[in-house]
Design a protein around this ligand. Structure first.
Ligand SMILES: [Zn+2]
Length: 215
């Protein structure tokens, strides 16, 4: 049973990351790039923030329970050497960091009513993180992704194979799949995506749009 949304209230997200995904984020083992989309969801979702905090507490507790083991003589030197290496910037867990990252993305119109912007974030090989804004009535490209795809709906609503995702909702696809998300309702839809590997458009409009957007 879901509560009807009241105009003017901040909607409560109804679609969330899986517990495994929340745990992976809390443990810091999430694929880089995907953590940006997770950060956007956490910004919108108090429920998931609380779950991540619980996982983090649990992780700290487990570490204190591990029996100590003797370290080799070279372990300290290796650890100190690693501290000298330039480290990857941390994922944008704060609201300011995420907003700054997204506002720096360069928009490219890829079709009437549709723009895409690559988000400049450390990501894995061919993974892609991008913003996509689709006007009502405009269509997105039918596409296949080789692995996982995370989507956070920032504005408007999305219809993905008959399931409606609204602002604040998270869409987690864990495996290769072809799908064709559409705008739902009369407002434009703004989404943040991360995909594992390059997206493969399966129609002509997609091939043209993806070439222009370099997504
Ligand atoms: Zn959530």
């Amino acid at each position: 049973m879901t509560n009807p949304q009241i105009a003017g209230e901040t909607p409560t997200p109804r679609h969330h990351p899986s517990p495994e995904t929340l745990a992976s984020f809390a443990a810091g083992t999430m694929r880089s790039g995907f953590d940006v989309v997770m950060s956007a969801h956490l910004q919108a979702c108090a429920e998931c923030r609380a779950e991540v905090a619980q996982f983090e507490q649990l992780g700290g507790h487990l570490i204190t329970e591990i029996d100590p083991v003797a370290l080799s003589e070279s372990a300290l030197a290796a650890t100190l050497a690693r501290l000298e290496e330039p480290s990857r910037p941390p994922p944008p867990r704060t609201a300011g960091g995420l907003d700054q990252l997204l506002s720096g993305a360069r928009r490219r119109w890829v079709a009437p009513g549709v723009w895409a912007a690559r988000v400049d974030t450390p990501s894995h090989h061919d993974d892609r993180v991008f913003l996509l804004r689709v006007a009502p009535g405009a269509t997105t490209a039918r596409h296949t992704h080789a692995g996982a795809e995370f989507t956070q709906v920032l504005e408007g609503a999305l219809d993905d194979d008959g399931v409606i995702y609204r602002a604040g909702d998270f869409v987690e696809l864990g495996e290769e799949r072809t799908h064709h998300p559409k705008v739902h309702g009369s407002d434009a839809c703004l989404c943040l995506f991360a995909t594992e590997g390059r997206l493969v458009p399966t129609d002509l409009i997609g091939r043209i749009a993806f070439a222009i957007a370099n997504v």
